[in-house]
Design a protein around this ligand. Structure first.
Ligand SMILES: Nc1ncnc2c1ncn2[C@@H]1O[C@H](COP(=O)(O)OP(=O)(O)OP(=O)(O)O)[C@@H](O)[C@H]1O
Ligand SMILES: CC(=O)C(=O)O
Length: 577
């Protein structure tokens, strides 16, 4: 076997390091409660007062300078870290930075440059655009605005494009933001297209077979039960329905119909997962260079494999990650093969809750989060985390408990949907996710709740297996020695991802020389991704990164760190000189 070759040698340097002198910084409630606007001004003030020495004769840009730089100057900077992350490191001390990543859906409430910047400052790691809503020009504007923010202001926000998928949904409501259905009203659901706004109480349905498939007596659920109707009459393309549970109808809301207590999936179950419109959107996403494509209503691994080959053939290098949205009965049946085939998964609780009984959603969420971690795939918990904040400035206690549970399960990321897309308090909702994540993560560490999760082997090649074992050992060592951070030097991002999977107590500083790998790592638990041109000489990488981070006040002499590299497959424990 190849175990004896130089490429597979495992270096272990234990150099009698000193015990760490810095502990976790407590988080005063006032810090946790800072509004994003407040943080924005604090950040600017902090940055402009910072003094950044020049350790190597190279300009080390402070965040304020990064904020003012142009795209060309930022790409020539010797080290790039997200300015919001850097502010977080300074504010909380690096042991207490946030580990759970935050995804925000961008919609009419947040598509402006100022609003996007406020979200980035507030901790948005990934901006999601949902191709179900808006047109491509609108999405192009958002994607480019995020890129500009990264280039000009020093953020590393990744972009996720979410496909519409082929499931049944309502039309656009003729431009209205919402419509209210009251108890006892008769509404018409029609497969006819309407040029002008449809007649009053008439809703267009996107699925041609709808009028044929439903039967009188069926229940029609909007958005998994936000409103409910009973089918009372069929008139050609029109289906007359009686509202039995009043509620708000939002544009393009999902529709399911139920008969004798079960969801009806007749011909619509045969629709392709990726529709012809989705393929055009995917081409658009590739040409705009999005970082992730989330695929709606995945039924099998086949579609993921097909999409990955398609992307690889068209995106030169294929560095767009494919996220499988787990939201249908079929995706649950084929869960493991779908997750194995994907680069990550989303627990899409909105549509999932319309397809299976609601009481099953929490246990399924836990199962998916655990499986993703076993298989080393980042997982996002999505939908209705802070639904009440679409309208109100504070969350319900139950919502805070739900967010806490997802953080406690150690999901990689939490996602805002309507809260950030069209809610009244997007920044406040993001700050709630941020403060709850920080608090629960800290509680976890204080309680020393090292979980006993036995990680199964995930690697197929011997070389990957070595990386996997190094990461498992490094994480165990990090917890036992209570080190301040793990440094990982990774070209492809794979070793950083394997380390994130182990969920060590300390933060993980991940250095990569690729801008797109760095953005992708921004979705993964605990990783603080940096872009840095580095060499195969570990000693020189270590010295450079120590100097650069010390110069930025992110680490200090005496900090105890473990350093890993996927170039040499090495592991070292040392004090920062
Ligand atoms: N680009 C957009 N333009 C207009 N409204 C949007 C946009 N993106 C999101 N929204 C609004 O925010 C709500 C929540 O967003 P979200 O992306 O979760 O949509 P959704 O309709 O629930 O679809 P999905 O099931 O794919 O999540 C939407 O129902 C819509 O009202
Ligand atoms: C996010 C999404 O698509 C859902 O929860 O259904």
């Amino acid at each position: 076997m190849a175990a004896s070759t130089a490429a597979h040698s495992l270096l272990l340097h234990l150099t009698a390091p000193r015990k760490p002198t810095t502990g976790a910084t407590p988080l005063p409630p006032s810090t946790l409660r800072l509004s994003t606007r407040h943080r924005l001004s604090r950040l600017t003030t902090n940055c402009s007062n910072s003094d950044f020495p020049n350790p190597n004769g190279i300009l080390v840009a402070p965040p304020s300078a990064a904020a003012a730089t142009s795209s060309s100057s930022s790409s020539s900077s010797p080290i790039e870290v997200d300015v919001a992350t850097e502010a977080d490191l300074r504010e909380n001390g690096f042991r207490s930075t946030r580990r759970t990543k935050l995804v925000c859906t961008v919609g009419p409430a947040t598509c402006g440059a100022d609003e996007l910047e406020a979200l980035a400052v507030g901790g948005m790691n990934v901006a999601r655009v949902n191709m179900c809503h808006g047109d491509r020009e609108w999405h192009r504007g958002v994607i480019r605005a995020v890129r500009r923010l990264n280039e000009e202001k020093g953020f590393a926000v990744a972009v996720m494009m979410d496909t519409e998928g082929s499931e049944i949904h309502m039309g656009d409501l003729g431009g209205a933001a919402a419509a209210k259905a009251e108890d006892g009203e008769i509404w018409t659901f029609s497969v006819r297209s309407f040029e002008a706004p449809p007649p009053e109480r008439t809703i267009h349905v996107n699925y041609e077979g709808f009028a044929e498939d439903v039967r009188v007596g069926d229940d029609l659920l909007v958005d998994g039960g936000m409103a409910r109707f009973e089918v009372i009459e069929k008139l050609g393309p029109d289906v007359k329905c009686l509202c039995t549970d009043p509620g708000l109808l939002l544009p393009r809301a999902n529709l399911t119909f139920w008969r004798d207590g079960s969801i009806v999936r007749e011909r619509n179950a045969m629709l392709p997962t990726i529709s012809s419109k989705d393929w055009l959107d995917i081409d658009f996403g590739i040409s705009e260079g999005v970082d992730f494509i989330a695929v709606s209503f995945v039924k099998s691994a086949e579609v993921i494999n097909h999409l990955k080959s398609y992307i690889a053939a068209r995106s030169r290098g294929g560095d767009i990650a494919v996220i499988a949205k787990i939201e249908s009965i079929d995706s649950l049946k084929n869960l493991e093969e779908i997750i194995r085939a994907s680069d990550g998964a989303m627990v899409a609780r909105g549509d999932m809750g319309a397809q299976i009984p609601l009481e099953q959603v929490p246990s399924i969420q836990q199962k998916i989060v655990k499986l993703c971690r076993q298989l080393n795939k980042p997982v996002i918990v999505a939908s209705q985390l802070l639904e009440s904040m679409i309208e109100y400035p504070t969350p319900t206690r139950a919502e805070v408990a739900d967010v806490s549970e997802a953080v406690r399960q150690r999901a990689d990321a939490l996602m805002l949907s309507g809260e950030s897309a069209m809610g009244r308090y997007p920044e406040k909702a993001l700050s709630v996710l941020r403060s709850v994540s920080l608090r629960i993560e800290k509680w976890w560490r204080e309680e020393k709740r090292h979980e006993e999760l036995e990680l199964q082997d995930v690697s197929s090649s011997f070389s990957d297996k070595i990386s996997e074992e190094i990461c498992i050992s490094a994480a165990k060592m990090a917890n036992k020695l209570e080190v301040d951070a793990v440094f990982v030097y990774t070209k492809s991002g794979h070793m950083a991802s394997l380390l994130s999977r182990c969920r060590p107590d300390c933060p993980i500083f991940a250095f990569t020389n690729s801008t797109s790998v760095r953005r992708r790592l921004n979705l993964q638990w605990g990783l603080i991704p940096f872009r840095l041109s580095f060499s195969d000489d570990m000693e020189s990488n270590l010295n450079r990164t120590f100097s650069l981070l010390k110069a930025r006040g992110m680490i200090q002499s005496g900090d105890l760190v473990i350093a890993l590299s996927d170039m040499l497959q090495s592991i070292q424990v040392m004090n920062v000189p």
